[in-house]
Design a protein around this ligand. Structure first.
Ligand code: G6P
Ligand code: MG
Length: 220
């Protein structure tokens, strides 16, 4: 029986995936590396430094910077990103998410966040939805990033639940792989082609209805 929901943040709760994209695109321009939306799909769900490595490889600049310089570049991207998220207000929550969270609480489900973002707590506060969550996985406590299942296993553990008792919701291919690897029911948000490995998918967050999700799990 499902007792918990584990949600990714960027691209599921708020449109911050777009801000990550704009901030990386800005950094790419400084470095002469072009970042388009198709390439950006690979960055979704991936940690800040891993994203930078992918971008540098993409621009054939992987050996051009020392570790210290890479940390500085990642910090510059984060400064640009933080400017975007400092302006986030409660109405920036993606359609349908407020209803999903409140409905989950009414039904007595526990909620946790499985995001690779160090900025997740600030974004949840700005959106004024932090009180819905029983736990937020600290990405710094993990050995492996998505697509490794560790973050989803931890997110269930923090709720005192097994992965099989939870539904995981993601917008990234790496995230769906991580949920599936954890043995959790996976729900994808986004284009069918990208969400093809999800147990169930919706095109947009406003179609995330808790009753539907629970009945989909029942069909498995
Ligand atoms: C999420 C996003 C990624 C982002 C990562 C780290 O997984 O999908 O695009 O790179 O978090 O975010 P941070 O806010 O710590 O740089
Ligand atoms: Mg995401």
């Amino acid at each position: 029986m499902i007792k918990g929901l584990v949600l990714d943040l960027d691209g599921v709760i708020a449109d911050t995936a777009e801000y990550h994209y704009l901030a990386w695109k800005w950094l790419g321009e400084q470095l002469g590396i072009q970042i388009d939306r198709e390439f950006n799909e690979q960055l979704k769900g991936i940690s800040r430094l891993e994203s930078l490595e992918l971008i540098l490889t993409h621009g054939q600049l992987n050996d051009a910077f020392s570790e210290v310089e890479k940390n500085n570049l990642a910090a510059k991207k984060n400064d640009v990103y933080k400017k975007y998220i400092s302006e986030i207000v409660p109405t920036d929550i993606l359609p349908g998410i407020n209803d999903l969270l409140s409905e989950a609480k009414v039904r007595g489900l526990k909620l946790s966040i499985a995001s690779a973002s160090m900025n997740a707590p600030d974004i949840l506060k700005n959106l004024k939805v932090d009180m819905y969550f029983d736990a937020i996985v600290n990405p710094a406590s993990l050995k492996h990033g998505k697509p490794d299942p560790e973050i989803f296993i931890k997110a269930a553990q923090l709720l005192g639940l097994s992965p099989e008792q939870c539904i995981g919701i993601e917008d990234a291919e790496a995230g769906i792989e991580a949920i599936n690897g954890a043995g959790m029911f996976s729900v994808g948000v986004g284009a069918e082609i990208l969400m093809k490995n999800a147990d169930f998918f919706v095109a947009e967050t406003n179609y995330l209805n808790l009753g539907d999700l629970l009945s989909q799990v029942g069909k498995c």
